[in-house]
Design a protein around this ligand. Structure first.
Ligand code: SAM
Ligand code: SF4
Length: 348
């Protein structure tokens, strides 16, 4: 039984300077060829189990027309309890479209903002105006009860004061925030632009994390995963499934699935995907890989992982960084800042 469905839309209006996600720039509408390929992959690989979550991710899913979205959804078995998220970029959404998406069944919107600072938007190569961003959030809040926004911190030359200004700009009706630390990915324009100072100051990043967590907490956003915060009861169910290492089916070019220990990767090439040529690579994960992946995912969250003999050793070694409760082990606030170092050491 697969309860979680991910649909990848690998198109964007333009490529942002920092982004290494699999997506290609397009200047016109997403072709029906791609939608037809998605629909046929759904009928081939999805067993019609009722799903608990559907996530349109990208790329920029808000480039889909309402008709295209509806066509994809019509192939999926879901009900009104199903969490159906669409990632939206302010550059491809308006009030009318948001209303239509709600009528079709989308019930959660995640808007890519990154920062409310126009100068920083320009620096990171994000082609949005801040006025349009604010307008989009307002429209979303008028239509969707469950609205999330993506922000980034540790941006080039961002000060703590600027970070604070960004946080103050978040409307209080927003229910969920993904606040990522900027990763300078090697293949990006931003990396090239900043290549002379690509060693980021880690101490400062920790300070940013602490600041974000503190300020959001003051506004009733609880940190439930390293980079995710929400008001009570608004955790993203779809992402929680990833972090809990539940099975999920990924549809679309570049999408990945994990089902009963098998990893399935879709080809990262749109033409080949549409032609269904060598589209899937499958391999069985070993017991050790599964253990390690599960640990990596679960320790990202405040729920943590099941406490076992192997993990008990680390609990004794790192009392400041790890804690146990109800037979689960999780990172403390301090431990979360050192996630990479500690969790790598805990792997088998
Ligand atoms: C697929 S995008 C979201 C939807 C849409 N494409 C957009 O950008 O508006 C997912 C999110 O990943 C984050 N992201 C992308 N590249 C990143 C990077 N190099 N470092 C940190 N976060 C990044 C951004 O916050 C982005 O909004
Ligand atoms: S951040 Fe979003 S809009 Fe920008 S290139 Fe990446 S996927 Fe596309």
């Amino acid at each position: 039984l697969v309860a979680h469905l991910y649909i990848h839309i690998p198109f964007c209006k333009s490529k942002c300077g920092y982004c290494d996600f699999f997506s290609v720039p397009i200047h016109k509408l997403i072709t029906d060829d791609y939608i037809n390929a998605l629909v046929s992959e759904i009928s081939l690989r999805y067993s019609q189990d009722k799903v608990a979550t559907i996530y349109f991710g990208g790329g920029t899913p808000s480039l889909l027309t309402e008709q295209q979205t509806e066509k994809i959804l019509s192939k999926i078995n879901y009900d009104k309890e199903t969490e159906i998220t669409m990632e939206c970029n302010p550059n491809s959404i308006n009030k009318e479209k948001l209303k239509n998406l709600k009528n079709i069944g989308i019930n959660r919107i995640s808007i890519g903002i990154q920062t409310f600072n126009q100068k920083l938007l320009n620096t990171i190569g994000r082609k949005n105006t801040n006025n349009k961003q604010i307008e989009t959030i307002q429209h979303c809040l008028q239509i969707f009860e469950n609205t999330s926004i993506d922000l980034m911190h540790s941006l080039p030359e961002q000060s703590l004061l600027e970070l604070e200004k960004d946080i103050k700009m978040i409307p209080r009706e927003v229910k969920h925030i993904s606040y990522y630390e900027l990763t300078l990915e090697k293949n990006t324009l931003l990396f090239k632009k900043l290549h002379s100072r690509c060693d980021k100051a880690e101490d400062l990043d920790i300070l940013f994390y602490e600041y974000v967590t503190k300020l959001l907490q003051q506004n009733n956003f609880n940190r439930y995963e390293i980079s995710n915060y929400c008001k009570h009861g608004y955790e993203c169910k779809h992402n929680q499934a990833y972090w809990n290492y539940d099975d999920y089916l990924g549809i679309g070019a570049g999408a990945v699935s994990t089902i009963q220990g098998e990893r399935i990767e879709n080809i990262k090439n749109i033409e080949n995907y549409i032609m269904q040529e060598n589209a899937l690579v499958k391999y069985q994960l070993t017991e050790k890989e599964i253990y390690n992946e599960r640990l990596l995912m679960q320790l990202r969250t405040t729920k943590g992982s099941v406490l076992d003999k192997h993990l008990e050793k680390y609990l004794e070694k790192y009392p400041d960084y790890l804690q146990a409760k109800d037979n689960r082990v999780f990172l403390t606030k301090k431990g979360m800042q050192l996630y990479n170092t500690i969790v790598v050491e805990m792997m088998l």
